[in-house]
Design a protein around this ligand. Sequence first.
Ligand code: GDP
Length: 434
Amino acid sequence: MACGSCTAVVGVDWGDEGKGRMVDYLTASHDIVVRYQGGGNAGHTVINDKGKFALHLLPSGVFRKETVNVLGNGVALDPENLWKEIENLKGKGISITPDNFKISDRASLLMPWHREQDELEEKRLGEKQYGSTKQGIAPFYADRSGKKTILAGDLLRPDVFASKIQDLMVWKNLELTEVYGALPYTLKDLDEWFQSYCIKIAPFICDTSEFLREAEKSGRKILFEAQLGALRDLDFGIAPYTTSSNTTASYIPVGIGVAEMVPARVIGVMKAYSTCVGEGPFVCEIHGDEAEALRKAGQEYGAKTGRPRRVGPFDVVASRYGASLQGATELAVTKLDVLSGMEKIPVCTAYLLDGQETKRFPFPSDLDRATPVYTDLEGWKCDISGIRRWEHLPAAAQEYVLFLERSTGVPITFVSVGPERDSLIIRENKEKEV
Ligand code: GDP
């Protein structure tokens, strides 16, 4: 049975859909914000009254004093990057304490060699590289599945930790030196890492599954925040250009260790146009001046890497597939303001694959042969960033949103028209309004 006090905010497409701003907005009506998968390889950008922040591993609820933030067992727990992120936020006056931030004792540690191995493997792949952000996520999840892992809870048990790290180092050095010809790690290197970062995050570690179960029993509302989007899901995304974890809402109960926490409300976030970071097929990709203008208008540069994002028109085929993978009960469309000023707005409504028009998202290795079929919608030639009510949007902008709603088959309940906390049009009662 679905959990009525649980809401998930998940990505419908390739990631960077603007989930961070949705979580930041929704934290006001939730008590706890939980990350349940992924690592610090992407980044949510949040703009609020305290400033502009790029978050990588910390949940977006850290900006509200009364909100408790949780990293579940499913995340890639990188002590070094996490501690740097905490220090950076503390420097900007954000208070992070064991009362408002908790790390699952069952989360596995991303080791210093994972980042190095990620880089070495991308180099080895050369032109066939996956486009990794080189944060060590793929080697981390591979080792975790192979049980070559140290749990966060081991940091609270120094004898266990010392023995595990010795064994792991011997094993990993074989791989680093023999496969990649890299230098081996020493216990001194690892002790430095332990002293500089692991000890610092230890006070936040506890049994978060128990905490969440108790919280739900006492009526607290819980928000789940995903990283990346459905098309990057390990099982159902665009293999092999996926991430190494499940980005879909169905992973939540596993990634937090509470079987009954299947959120009743799943908000799929999608941009009013398409963007994609990294390699892999991207059917709607556009190039040249047109692409540069959209990239500039939408500020499409990666929050973690600064890499220019690939851009294109909204892709109905991909987004309908993504929304259905997520089991989205409603959708939020972000960055509608970025399209303002365009005469006509193309939308990809189908793919042409081997001479056949299809609305089904193809099998990953068939995607390279797909080309987009476009329909042009009317643009609106005015600034909409100050609008806060649905009925004040120009008719063409309303029609654009309604077209996306009809073609994805999921109600659009939020329309975002700017990055700021309040730049949001709420259509929760849209059935009555339209
Ligand atoms: P996330 O990883 O899904 O949270 O996405 P990112 O934070 O990487 O990317 C979203 C970017 O778009 C951030 O820079 C946001 O501040 C910005 N953003 C979010 N919603 C809107 C919007 O409606 N309009 C505009 N102009 N920018 C937005």
